[in-house]
Design a protein around this ligand. Sequence first.
Ligand SMILES: CC(C)(COP(=O)(O)OP(=O)(O)OC[C@H]1O[C@@H](n2cnc3c(N)ncnc32)[C@H](O)[C@@H]1OP(=O)(O)O)[C@@H](O)C(=O)NCCC(=O)NCCS
Length: 306
Amino acid sequence: MALVITPCASDEDLEAWRQVRIAVVPYERAQSVEEMRAHAGPDRLMVLAREDGVVVGSGLADRSETSGGGSVVPRVLPEHRRRGVGTALLDRLVAHVAGLGVPTLRAGADDEGSLAFAQRFGFEEVNREVEQTFRIDAPIAVAPAPDGIEVVTAQERPGLWEAAYDGLGLEALADFAVDTPLDVTPERWATSWLADPMFLALHDGEVVGCAGLGRDPDQPTRAENGLTAVRRAWRGRGLAVHLKQRALAWAADHGIHEVYTWTQDGNAAMRALNTRLGYATTRVGIQLARPLPPGEPPFTGALAQS
Ligand SMILES: CC(C)(COP(=O)(O)OP(=O)(O)OC[C@H]1O[C@@H](n2cnc3c(N)ncnc32)[C@H](O)[C@@H]1OP(=O)(O)O)[C@@H](O)C(=O)NCCC(=O)NCCS
């Protein structure tokens, strides 16, 4: 059977790409076609793999938010695996990222088979994330906010989220337990990092904390936590607990039964906070990296964390 890999062009292609994403990663919210269009940039390649016209897999290659790297995501529908489709997709995606002139490639794997595939192609583990899930089966009690804090949503106060980039945003991004610093532009902060609803803690008009929810129209009873962050000067006073409970209470009021979140394994503070709130650990994701092209001396010590 002839395998054909082509870039997504039409909305129909993007919907087919989305359906592969939903089939392969049913536990994570998939972007809508509209959102995919909005996030398209000159460096992003999205492809579909078809055999005799039937979609068997998809791929994504882009510059990654981790400084200086590119990311590749080959996905193959379970019933079409172990026949070389993943290899063909990876080749196409690697060729694209090589054209971006970045020195490293990043990928992720949430299951043993995908990890074996990635290792076979020279990727090595650089970091881990855990998924923690809160099941809503009772009303949510919300602990009080620290004195001097007013909580609003980003949606009811346009402009606040954008203004939070320089203070809260840069501090939070610098404190992520990642192996390589994140490189998030103000534009990406304003669009990709804003949850809906996003609760903002204000002190003297300045945003000092946030927590929110990413809702999932494909699975309306599930939602993902958006970024939870507190400015360093406000940590240790129960602000994150308050904000996260506000988000959970909002979820409970809106028919959501399950809220999940991915946290870096090395972020002990956030994992402990989630456990204290009643989240259970439900999955582990492994981040991997490889030099581009393969075979060059691998990573420097900077990639050794966790
Ligand atoms: C990873 C994935 C894309 C592989 O797709 P695939 O079409 O099955 O891969 P291939 O048939 O090209 O496999 C190539 C080689 O990788 C290794 N491999 C792939 N799947 C494996 C598995 N489940 N167990 C062990 N080794 C595996 C084998 O060496 C295989 O060669 P072989 O079949 O001759 O033994 C697919 O499992 C998938 O969609 N996983 C979920 C999404 C994901 O995590 N993608 C990112 C991976 S970097």
